[in-house]
Write a protein that binds this ligand. Structure first.
Ligand SMILES: [Zn+2]
Length: 332
């Protein structure tokens, strides 16, 4: 008798679990961080990539100039395009590299703002989860690093994308490197879900400016060149959703390339420390506006109508500037 009454209860329990999982899955969207604009409606930030080398290879000099430009622009935050700690990410959340390559290097007052960071391929060669750990915020409250997430203000939505799991070579031909794929496998469904979440968030965005940040370049004439997987899988979503800028690191250079099929501008800022690799792809220079194979960083200033972007070298000289304008919609 008892068995008869338990069966419907078990079925309803099962239904609740399955229904709950469906809801969880449907709402498994990207974590959002609200970042208010300034009182005048503008927003400024610096973009830096490929940096953590305990101050070596001009990392400290770049940091010094970032401090000066950060002060001048009164920046609201810093964006890191990944490869945050060399050579192999962090060993654990207690790794001293965090303080030696981050806290003790970016010391200027203007840089004491939130640092929104993604992971690069080198970060995946260590304990990738260490960099994502909220414990690091107890050491340095500036640090916000997630795999994929969104920073939103009234003016802009910035979509941070975890690009390392897209690159097939790291799975099929890792060489002597060992990647920390915890939380990634199975790779295919990880990427499918990520692209689905991104597409939905981009489609629903009403921000004036839409920016995507990833570690790997979509287009680059530098050492690594274009990332084939991002051209085929990520770029179509960006083109379909009116993205203004794609910002990345990975190639240790500064560059600006215009998409030939859409208004998207590809901006590489991967020059936070070691640079001067000396190779440029002579074959695929479609849309190339600017390439600099040395250390430096980038600044971005956004208003309701204008985006102004500067590239700086290690001595703070402006090497390249681009601007983009939008028409204000006049009220009917
Ligand atoms: Zn890289």
């Amino acid at each position: 008798m008892a068995g008869q009454s338990e069966t419907p209860m078990f079925m309803s329990f099962l239904f609740t679990i399955i229904f709950g999982l469906c809801i969880l899955n449907a709402s498994a969207d990207l974590q959002r961080f609200a970042h208010p604009s300034k009182h005048d409606g503008s927003l400024s930030f610096l973009v830096l990539g490929d940096w953590g080398r305990r101050g070596a290879y001009n990392q400290s000099e770049v940091a010094f100039q970032m401090g000066k430009v950060g002060e001048k622009l009164d920046i609201d935050f810093v964006v890191s395009t990944g490869d945050n700690f060399y050579d192999d990410g962090m060993t654990s959340e207690h790794d001293k590299a965090f303080e030696e390559s981050f806290t003790q290097i970016y010391t200027k007052k203007s840089l004491q703002k939130k640092w929104y960071s993604v992971l690069g391929n080198h970060d995946y060669r260590g304990d990738a989860e260490a960099q994502l750990s909220p414990f690091l915020r107890q050491i340095d409250s500036r640090w916000i690093c997630l795999r994929s997430f969104i920073v939103e203000s009234e003016l802009v939505e910035i979509f941070f994308v975890d690009t390392t799991p897209f690159v097939e070579e790291y799975f099929t031909d890792p060489g002597e490197h060992k990647y920390d794929w915890r939380g990634i496998s199975p790779q295919k469904s990880y990427i499918t879900n990520l692209l689905k979440d991104l597409e939905l968030a981009m489609r629903e965005s009403t921000a004036t400016w839409k920016i995507v940040v990833g570690h790997h370049a979509i287009r680059s004439v530098g050492h690594h060149g274009d990332t084939r997987e991002l051209i085929t899988q990520l770029l179509p979503i960006l083109q379909a959703n009116n993205i203004d800028f794609y910002m990345n690191g990975h190639d240790h250079c500064l560059e600006h390339i215009s998409d030939t099929n859409s208004p998207i501008q590809f901006l590489t800022s991967g020059a936070g420390s070691k640079a001067w690799r000396g190779d440029i792809d002579q074959m695929n220079q479609r849309g190339l506006n600017f390439f600099y194979d040395g250390q430096g960083f980038m600044s971005v200033k956004l208003t309701e109508t204008d985006a102004t972007i500067h590239f700086y070298d290690v001595s703070g000289q402006v090497l390249h500037r681009l601007s983009s304008s939008k028409q204000l919609h006049s009220p009917m």
